[in-house]
Write a protein that binds this ligand. Sequence first.
Ligand code: FE2
Length: 197
Amino acid sequence: MITLPLLPFASEALAPHISARTLEFHYGKHHQAYIDNLNKLIADTELADLSLEEIIVATAGQPDKIAIFNNAAQAYNHNFFWLSLRPTTLKMKPGSELQALIDSTFGSLEEFYTEFKAAAVSQFGSGWVWLVNDGGALKIVKTANADTPLAHNQVPLLTLDVWEHAYYLDYQNRRADFAEAVLRNLWNWDFAQKNLV
Ligand code: FE2
């Protein structure tokens, strides 16, 4: 049985960048639905007692398990997305180790923002954009629909949900503005640092 984790902040804590109304639907309806669907699909199967991460690895790349993979990966991706965010009032910068890696990989934090935003805008249709550790190298990667770096042996540090349900109530079709607001105001760099080690 997989359960919906509590949000790590109050529902109004991300405003004005992400509204409480968006969270009400995104967390309360979409995320909850992935968890509920997954539990129905794994009930009374050999997957029922596995962790979310184990279910993802066990079903990745298997056409007959695609519905289970999609719901498990979406449950995981959303868990990870909430942890990637911090309340608007909490000011935060990358720690020195992460800042040095960002500088050596992308040139500067500004150039990282530009590259990440371009990836968010260019992801065709639904999906996710991630900062990952790929064998010791920082990379920005895009995954389509429910796909997740866990299925590709990459360690995620941060993610941005670019499904329309993530931003449409607040930004309508302006995905670039949504990405910009999250990058500059809501990224949880402490969480990223924890995932680096
Ligand atoms: Fe989402």
